[in-house]
Design a protein around this ligand. Structure first.
Ligand code: FAD
Length: 339
């Protein structure tokens, strides 16, 4: 393998519920940041989309930072298939275009797809990265330094892949920043008609069931009020407050493990990464694994009985006291103010 033949940053752009998901748009933003910080490489950001997609979706990829979109089109690809997507990505993109770097969102689909692509290309994959940068020692190098949490988030490790290409990594949703949509951006669409007749897909899709309508998506909330073990089985007080202030309810893993609230609400390293305008942590100690999922929130309010709780180290405002008393008081005051 001559690694000098490999160039550019490719981003797998995932369609979900009729849109390119935010996790992919965030990676386009991060890829743009990387190429603009190292213009001497002359690298482009290339989005890769697969399937019978609407042309408007393909344009979204360009509006959010791609210089070019490789669209592997086949009218019969109307849902994700591990085998079809892996084969097409490897045969129609990696073998033909030789990407130096491939970024894939660490969504359910991305976590399924990325390791298979990496294995088929005999390259490495760094999963769940939180930071990407080009080799800081050599300004002409495209070697990617990929940082990810290790040992339960107590340490961060930086991984480089010096000998194989592409350099592959998955990045969790909510970690990188997407660029604002710019409909005036210029980009190229390279639509390639691909055949799937020779791909033996052992999985037959029987039915697609919509997500439970009660399932929450806390990653999109502007305000999150989260509870930990200190709230016990009193999450109803957070729900009442959330209704008053237009928030979603989040939780620590401590609370989820105790069964106080469903896993969909969990914030942190093994839960969701959130970046709301306001994050209110109630009865949460602030373990590193929790902080990893919320410390980039714009404004953090912490309520904890223990003045030494680590959550206060990331809080903009802290209340030392009993959340079971303070939260209902806040709800009551807002109610009065509204009336
Ligand atoms: P505790 O640590 O028990 O803290 C409870 C806090 O509530 C205390 O600070 C206490 O002072 C306060 N308190 C008690 N009563 C009250 C009251 N009435 N009013 C106000 N304050 C009160 N954790 C996550 O949250 N998310 C993750 O994604 C995650 N992933 C993990 C992954 C790994 C590999 C590992 C090893 C751990 C992970 N954890 C995660 C667990 C994490 O280490 C902590 O154990 C967990 O966050 C603790 O939850 P907690 O803060 O609710 O509970």
């Amino acid at each position: 393998m001559d690694i000098k033949e490999y160039k550019d940053i490719y981003v797998f752009c995932e369609e979900k519920d009729g849109a390119i998901n935010d996790a992919s748009l965030e990676l386009l933003g991060e890829a743009r940041r990387l190429v603009e910080n190292r213009p001497q490489l002359g690298y482009k950001v290339i989005g890769v989309a697969i399937g019978n997609l609407d042309e408007d979706l393909i344009n979204e990829i360009g509006y959010h930072g791609a210089d070019k979109i490789i669209w592997l089109y086949n009218k019969d690809i109307n849902h994700y298939s591990t085998e079809i997507f892996t084969t097409l990505f490897v045969d129609e993109v990696i073998k033909k275009d030789k990407p130096d770097i491939v970024l894939i969102p660490a969504t359910v689909m991305g976590r399924d797809l990325a390791p298979r692509i990496a294995a088929r290309c005999d390259t490495g994959l760094t999963a769940d990265a939180t930071k990407l940068e080009f080799d800081p020692e050599n300004e002409n190098s495209s070697l990617l330094y990929v940082t990810r949490p290790a040992f339960g988030g107590n340490l961060f490790g930086t991984i480089v892949n010096e000998t194989k290409r592409p350099q592959m990594t998955t990045i969790r949703p909510g970690v990188m920043e997407k660029l604002p949509k710019d409909a005036s951006r210029q980009f190229e669409i390279d639509k390639r008609e691909v055949s799937i007749v020779n791909i033996n897909d052992p999985v037959k899709l029987v039915e697609v069931l919509p997500r439970d309508h009660m399932a929450v998506d806390i990653t999109k909330a502007d305000i999150i009020i989260s509870g930990g073990r200190g709230i016990g089985d009193n999450f109803h007080i957070l729900e009442e407050c959330a209704k008053m202030i237009g928030a979603e309810v989040g939780a620590s893993r401590g609370a989820v493990d105790k069964g106080y609230i469903a896993k969909d609400h969990q914030v942190g390293q093994t839960g969701k990464t959130v970046r709301p305008k306001v994050y209110i942590a109630c009865g949460i100690s602030g373990a590193v694994q929790h902080l990893a999922g919320m410390e980039k929130s714009d404004f953090i309010i912490a309520i904890n009985k223990d003045p030494d709780a680590p959550i206060f180290s990331v809080a903009n405002i802290g209340f030392v006291g009993d959340a079971l008393e303070i939260v209902p008081l806040i709800t009551e005051e807002i109610k009065k103010y509204r009336e």
